[in-house]
Design a protein around this ligand. Structure first.
Ligand SMILES: [Zn+2]
Ligand SMILES: [Zn+2]
Ligand SMILES: [Zn+2]
Length: 271
């Protein structure tokens, strides 16, 4: 099944605590603007009838209900931090309804860490119907998924690494404070770039808003969205101060993109 476009839904735009943050009474945590209510960071990529989820966050079940996701064909993991993985058990509902296993993809270290943390899912014991049926695929390079070419992009996330993903004219680059040149080189000609932009102040493992804007300027995507936002970021005010072409992401936001940027040759042959 092929389509000429990708549908992207922001399932969550928040940092690891979510916004509001438990126990906090700051102005953003008390905001009545729905764009200041941020579940943990994730996106849904729809391509034709296929649904690819990037990360199963702590909020995954609520995100799937809100976005009316009725099946999941694959999960891509950026890295194994709790906010990006800990909704993994809720995938089992989709196993039950679709009667299919779900492939999960991540860097070898990410898959190793998920296997270790969620040993009950992968230990091959009985009572298997009470846990997710997942097939782990450690990523070794570009791969094909649901008819799409997926380019993994190595990212620096403090002392650790995470994995960005490019599919056609879309790229998702969260949880990073530096992008190696080899990954930047694969981020040209984008319709939509979603990039980490935690807050104004600098942070040891995430891009600040200014740092993310500098990357956005260099890459020149048609639209850039900042995600993984914390409670220091008030949507209405901060969004109005961003450079042209850059916006803050918010939960539930949707985009339809041409699979390849208009006027550009397909990048598939360059992979
Ligand atoms: Zn995170
Ligand atoms: Zn707060
Ligand atoms: Zn992280």
């Amino acid at each position: 099944m092929n389509a000429d476009f990708l549908d992207i839904t922001i399932l969550g735009s928040g940092t690891s605590t979510g916004v509001p943050m438990l126990g906090c009474h700051c102005a953003v945590c008390r905001s009545t603007d729905p764009r200041d209510h941020r579940t943990r960071c994730s996106v849904l990529v729809r391509y034709g009838e296929y649904h690819i989820v990037i990360d199963t966050t702590t909020d995954f079940r609520q995100q799937a209900l809100r976005a009316e996701i009725d099946h999941v064909d694959a999960v891509l993991y950026t890295h194994a931090h709790a906010d990006h993985v800990h909704g993994i058990d809720d995938l089992r509902a989709f196993n039950m309804t679709s009667k299919k296993v779900i492939p999960i993809y991540g860097l070898p270290t990410t898959i190793q860490s998920i296997r270790r943390t969620f040993r009950y899912i992968f230990d091959g014991q009985v009572h298997s119907k009470f846990r997710p049926q997942l097939v782990p695929w450690p990523i070794g390079g570009d791969f094909s998924l649901c008819g799409l070419s997926v380019q993994p992009l190595l990212l620096h996330h403090g002392d650790g690494i995470s994995c960005g993903f490019r599919m056609g004219s879309f790229a998702y680059v969260t949880d990073c404070n530096q992008i190696p040149e080899s990954s930047l080189a694969r981020l040209g000609q984008l319709e939509l770039l979603i990039i980490d932009g935690l807050r104004h102040r600098s942070h040891p493992t995430h891009f600040s808003i200014d740092e993310a804007c500098a990357v956005a300027r260099r890459l020149g995507a048609r639209h850039t969205l900042l995600t993984h936002l914390c409670h220091e970021v008030e949507h209405r005010r901060v969004n109005s101060e961003l450079p042209e072409g850059v916006e803050l992401a918010y939960d539930g936001q949707r985009f339809r993109l041409p699979l390849q940027q208009a006027g550009m040759p397909p990048t598939g042959s360059d992979y």
